[in-house]
Write a protein that binds this ligand. Sequence first.
Ligand SMILES: [Fe+2]
Length: 219
Amino acid sequence: MTAPQAPTERIVTGNHPDRINFTEMYVTHDSFRRDLRRLAAAVGAGRAADPRVRDGWRNFKRQLHVHHTVEDAWLWPRLKGLVADRPDDLALLAAMEAEHAVLDPRLASVDAALDGAAPGLPAEVAELTRVLEQHLRHEEEDALPLIQSVMTPADWRGFARAMARTQGPRGAAVWVPWITDGMTPADARRFLDRLPAPLRVLNRLVWQSRYRGRQLFAH
Ligand SMILES: [Fe+2]
């Protein structure tokens, strides 16, 4: 088991040499939460068929798929190797994988309800929100402290590289403005300051306006 961690600021500028900075993990989780709030609002307002709402939902699914694919393929296997003699920690990692698997049928149920093939769209969105929130909190409260205690900042950079490889350049062009969508200007600045300068410039000149033009979730 790991010692409880003090409350963490979610966007932390700068990198400590000995501590992993989880900013990118937190802001990604918060973007999933924001998207599901917007989906629920759109559904509640009778705008589920709006192509911009559909586009927002497709993008949400893609971001979630990339995030969980890299966690399942890169992060949990490496952690398992680091805690191989610690049954409680292995159980936690098994729970992370199981919670990812439980999300797939929830996504499919929202898809079916959106397509009109199944009733109860608001209830399906609420259930997906409940299941995802439970998973994100479990990961933030238990898995991130475990990662902090057994991995190094260099290990974590390997995870970030795996995420960037899976996203690819076209993925980054969406991920960066998707993350800052709805942030206060001060938070957006603190997040963007963590990016390599060329990506910040690309985001300001190209990615941001292209993303805004899509008006995801008709927001
Ligand atoms: Fe995560």
